[in-house]
Design a protein around this ligand. Structure first.
Ligand code: SAM
Length: 225
């Protein structure tokens, strides 16, 4: 039997990796990485010399065949993304699905090694209701965007999504348009030196970012309730 480990890695702070993740990354035959150079940083920090191979959204079918061949040959593999939990707005979901289609659980066991994910990290310290939430991944730029904002406006539950620094102001403007009364929390640079949570009405948060351009930079997770 082969094992295929889906391993979460840090979303900023290099200390946020579990003992089990390190153990697996050390012991597998090959690590599949979204970007081998990114993964090398964490492997070097923890003295791990396991061989790596790139696997990302543009990877060709031949790569999937190679992965199948390795699993058929009894090799154990790990999948990591550049940051956080693989397959969550990151490559790998299709690969995991194909592995489960092709192999029985006696042949290949897919094993999650849990750890950081920006969505849960942001929610956990946001102070906004967490008992029921919908994760939207990245907001669409065009098609379906308005429908989603309308849904956010009318639903009772909390919504969480990822946003790029280039679009954060535009998104806050949309929130002002569709749901000005809601509370929004932007979680920026989680687990890093400039980690920050800013909560308020969409208009207040937009004003805050507009007055502090330096705070428009970095990685954002948006929570709205
Ligand atoms: N798979 C990852 C996870 O489990 O968190 C998410 C990958 S997705 C391609 C990257 C997006 O997640 C970023 O653009 C940002 O919106 C969010 N994100 C990742 N790291 C973050 C951080 N340290 N602080 C805030 N948001 C973050």
């Amino acid at each position: 039997m082969s094992k295929f480990y889906v391993v979460a890695t840090p979303i900023g702070n290099m200390g946020d990796i579990t003992l089990r993740a390190l153990e697996m990354l050390k012991s597998v035959d090959l690590i599949l990485c979204e970007d081998t150079r990114e993964t090398k940083k964490i492997l070097d920090k923890y003295g791990i010399n396991t061989e790596t191979m790139s696997y990302h959204a543009q990877s060709k079918l031949a790569k999937t065949d190679k992965i199948f061949e390795l699993l058929s040959g009894g090799k154990n593999l790990a999948l990591v993304s550049d940051a956080g939990t693989p397959t969550i707005s990151d490559p790998g979901a299709m690969l995991v699905s194909k592995i489960k289609e092709k192999f029985t659980t006696e042949e290949v066991q897919v094993v999650p090694i849990p750890g950081p994910s920006a969505v849960i990290t942001a929610l956990s310290a946001s102070g906004l209701p967490t008992h029921e939430f919908t994760f939207l991944g990245f907001m669409p730029h065009k098609k379906g965007r308005e429908t989603l904002f309308k849904e956010i406006a009318t639903a009772e539950r909390t919504f969480v999504f990822y946003e790029s620094p280039h679009r954060i102001l535009k998104t806050l403007e949309s929130l002002i348009k569709f749901c000005p009364e809601k509370k929004v929390c932007i979680a920026r640079e989680l687990t890093k030196i400039y980690e920050e949570f800013k909560t308020g009405s969409p208009a207040e948060v937009l004003e805050y970012l507009t007055k502090n351009p330096v705070k428009q930079k970095g990685e954002f997770t948006v929570i709205i309730s």
